[in-house]
Design a protein around this ligand. Structure first.
Ligand code: ZN
Length: 84
């Protein structure tokens, strides 16, 4: 049997006897490919959306560390320069 997912909410419609999505109520016709989707929820996009905040936090921390390192280096150079 072909893979069938709701056009509206990507609910897995496979094996349902009623031709109505139990999740969102959208009707579908197993004989008409226009009324359902062959592709389920995009796992890559979902994973990306879950991972993204953590990456943003890591990027912020990395940026903050680099910025403070840069600031310390500049201050140290200025101090050394003023002594010479
Ligand atoms: Zn649905």
């Amino acid at each position: 049997m072909a893979r069938m997912f709701c056009n509206q909410c990507k609910y897995n419609l496979r094996g349902l006897t009623d031709h109505v999505c139990p999740e969102c109520g959208a009707e579908f016709d197993p004989a008409n490919v226009e009324t359902f989707s062959k592709y389920g929820p995009n796992v890559l996009i979902e994973t990306y959306q879950k991972v993204e905040p953590a990456i943003k936090l890591l990027a912020f921390i990395a940026f903050a560390l680099l910025a403070s390192l840069f600031a310390v280096t500049v201050v140290a150079l200025v101090c050394v320069g003023s002594f010479l």
